[in-house]
Ligand binder design. Structure first.
Ligand SMILES: [Zn+2]
Length: 339
């Protein structure tokens, strides 16, 4: 295996392979972009290319002892830090300051067998301020023969001082065609025996994210979609009972609210496409077209746009830790005003 195993992401691959060929690799990188589009996979291939005993410098062989150990996560000079929950029941996962300190101790020594030590910090934004400040010292005075790759789907939650020490590499969402191609190569999908139609729908609804395409639970999706469509149909100052019921229900589900808002944005987007008489192929939820068309007819384009704006703002506010109940209340009042 090599960089070729990463489908799509041509620009990040080009940046990295140019640095490898020109011997201009930075001390620290920040790979950023949505969840599940190939950031970690690329970071691992990068680590292998830096240390491959056979190929190089542009790529790795995937088969030498160094490549194999990195793939298996047992190379003594390859470190992967990932957020962990403080307890099995804990809601959020973090990278703790102790883990960063432990890493720093290991980086103080010369590599055991590698040419270059590689540290991957996945979910870098989950470092608390103490952990982030500790890591900052390493970024300010990078140990010799060491490269750090920070990975984040929410880079704006990182300290600006950390971002400024890294070379940013943006990863893009994958096209539905690429998602489908990747799904076809996945054993899990093969085992499930999805029909061509279901593969199409999964790829289309994944919004370019592989994990979503693989794991989407259509039963749950259908339930969410139906609830959201009911809300969009009924939200008005005359039906505040519906509005309050919805807020009350979701204010307790902070773990699911981002997916619900994503679903809502997709549905509103589809309704706007139908309203503007766009092509059916542009509709993400085309399996429920019969349900979307009457609703699109019922709403004006202005209403749909106002609702979309409001849902998008709510999503951003919640990502920045705004109060869930208040944000949902505010969003639904805006829905009622737009209706
Ligand atoms: Zn190799």
């Amino acid at each position: 295996m090599s960089f070729q195993r990463i489908l799509g992401q041509d620009q990040p691959k080009r940046i990295i392979q140019n640095a490898l060929v020109n011997n201009s690799v930075s001390h620290a990188y920040l790979f950023y972009g949505q969840e599940s589009i190939g950031k970690k996979l690329t970071a691992v291939e990068f680590a292998k290319a830096l240390n491959c005993e056979v190929s190089g410098p542009k790529d790795n062989c995937g088969d030498c002892p160094s490549c194999r150990k990195i793939d298996q996560g047992i190379h003594p000079d390859f470190f992967l830090l990932e957020p962990e929950k403080s307890s099995p029941a804990g809601r959020n996962a973090f990278i703790k300051v102790e883990e960063v300190r432990e890493l720093q101790k290991k980086l103080a020594y010369l590599p055991y067998e590698a040419k270059i030590k590689v540290v991957i910090i996945d979910g870098a934004e989950t470092m608390n301020p103490q952990a982030a400040n500790t890591l900052l010292k390493t970024l300010e005075e990078p140990p010799s023969s060491t490269i750090l790759i920070l990975i984040s789907a929410n880079p704006y939650q990182l300290l600006p001082t950390i971002i400024s020490r890294c070379q940013g590499v943006k990863f893009h969402l994958l096209s539905a065609d690429l998602v489908k191609q990747i799904l076809r190569q996945t054993d899990q999908i093969e085992a499930e025996g999805f029909s061509e139609k279901e593969l199409d729908l999964r790829a289309l609804r994944s919004m370019g994210r592989i994990s979503r395409a693989m794991e989407e639970d259509f039963e749950a999706t259908n339930k969410y979609r139906e609830e959201i469509l009911n809300l969009l149909e009924q939200a008005s100052f005359k039906r505040m009972d519906v509005v309050f019921k919805w807020t009350k229900q979701w204010a307790k589900r902070s773990d699911k609210i981002q997916s619900v808002l994503d679903e809502m944005l997709n549905l509103l987007r589809d309704l706007a496409v139908i309203k503007s008489q766009g092509k059916n192929t542009e509709i993400l939820n085309r399996d429920i077209l019969h349900r979307l068309k009457p609703l699109a007819a019922q709403k004006s384009a202005r209403t749909l746009l106002a609702m979309f704006d409001s849902a998008l703002q709510t999503k951003s506010a919640l990502m920045a830790n705004a109060n869930l109940q208040l944000s949902l209340d505010h969003m639904l009042i805006q829905f009622c005003e737009a209706a």
